[in-house]
Design a protein around this ligand. Structure first.
Ligand SMILES: NC(=O)c1ccc[n+]([C@@H]2O[C@H](COP(=O)([O-])OP(=O)(O)OC[C@H]3O[C@@H](n4cnc5c(N)ncnc54)[C@H](O)[C@@H]3O)[C@@H](O)[C@H]2O)c1
Length: 339
């Protein structure tokens, strides 16, 4: 069976996922698209032979659409996801699930009322081969209990519109999701401190930031977010356990020796670094949809948790580094697991 996907939002990542669903993933086709920018939607639709529909609601209820992909702006996500749940259709929502915890909870409640999982949130790191290998090691117990995790999330530069709270909301949110999953543990507090700012920053930006998280199990996480590091897009993660250490591998890349030096290239953006993870994410999602199975990727609850934890980090940033307790609701049994 070919999964017929309708896409709401044909901007940067919408187009990338449409290409992925068309050229990379087998068993899926993009049959309908919509965008507030009708000309953009028409241009993208023509490339893949999809129908342009005027609104998200019409796309969701179209008989040509089996499953919905939401890649519009964050504040619009909850409305489209709630509509897809009401229509009983599987929905993949790019992060964030919603921009407020209250809207995330509306989705969580609607999905539970529906009675089975329909929602997957676009945290792609869980599909990265390196993170999956790290999780296998941690789950095996061979390192004993995890105690500390050291992370870094570095971008070469960010656009002028990037502001300090986005370090948590847009950047660290990926670590927040992947660490909850890696450790199978919940984050209970957040603290954000700001070292001397780089002179390469924009005047309004606190960069870098150091984020400190604590989990319910007592693991301490330190995360450097440095979004104007100049040299490349660099993701580091090292978990220290009672009996050893496991590190996220750098992407495979040839080693070049020349002019008295040897080295490997550092990716320049997240698209290149996580291209294979995005492909796996969509293969697994469409595979589940095709068989009528519930999605196994990040859930609506994970979307809620990420929003609550990033809110706590932003509050810490805004209160000069106070330790902020994460005020998360109790995880419903519907979502299984612990984190
Ligand atoms: N997983 C990741 O690493 C990752 C990476 C990039 C972007 N994202 C997320 O994807 C989403 C989109 O980001 P982007 O960079 O592609 O933005 P973008 O601005 O390039 O594209 C968004 C598009 O959605 C359209 N749009 C907005 N609201 C709409 C609505 N209600 N109905 C129809 N069309 C609508 C806009 O006209 C625009 O064309 C954001 O939530 C962003 O956080 C996730």
């Amino acid at each position: 069976m070919t999964v017929r996907v309708g896409v709401i939002g044909t901007g940067m990542i919408g187009q990338d996922h449409i290409r992925r669903l068309t050229d990379v993933v087998t068993g899926a086709a993009v049959t309908a698209v919509t965008d507030l920018d009708a000309a953009r939607a028409a241009e993208v639709a023509a490339r893949v032979g999809a129908t342009v529909l005027p609104t998200g609601a019409e796309l969701i209820h179209s008989p040509e659409v089996d499953a919905v992909l939401v890649t519009s702006w964050g504040p619009t996500h909850a409305e489209h996801v709630l509509d897809a749940i009401a229509a009983g259709k599987p929905v993949f929502c790019e992060k964030p699930l919603a921009t407020t915890p209250e809207d995330c909870l509306r989705v969580v409640e609607a999905e539970q009322a529906h009675g089975r999982r329909l929602v997957q949130v676009g945290f792609m790191r869980r599909f990265d081969a390196g993170y999956r290998q790290m999780k296998e090691v941690l789950d095996s117990g061979s390192l004993g209990a995890p105690l500390i995790v050291h992370c870094a999330h570095r971008n070469p530069t960010v656009p002028d519109a990037y502001y300090s709270a986005m370090a948590a909301q847009d950047t660290a949110v990926h670590e927040i999701d992947v660490l909850r999953w890696l450790l199978d543990d919940e984050i209970v507090s957040a603290q954000v401190i700001t070292p001397r700012a780089t002179s390469k920053r924009f005047a309004h930006l606190k960069d870098p930031q150091i984020m400190l998280f604590e989990t319910a199990g007592g693991v301490r996480i330190d995360l450097e977010v440095f979004v104007n590091c100049q040299y490349g897009y660099d993701i580091q993660c090292e978990a220290v356990g009672e009996e050893g250490v496991v590190r996220l591998p750098d992407p495979a890349s040839v080693s070049v020796r020349t002019a008295g030096r040897h080295g490997t290239a550092v990716p320049q953006d997240w698209k290149a670094r996580f291209a294979a993870a995005f492909d796996t994410e969509f293969r697994e999602w469409t595979g589940a949809v095709a068989t009528g199975a519930e999605p196994t990727g990040p859930s609506a609850w994970d979307g809620y948790a990420a929003t609550v934890i990033t809110d706590a980090a932003v509050r810490s940033l805004q209160t000069d580094g106070a330790v902020v307790t994460v005020g998360m609701k109790t995880r419903p049994a519907f979502y299984g697991g612990t984190a």
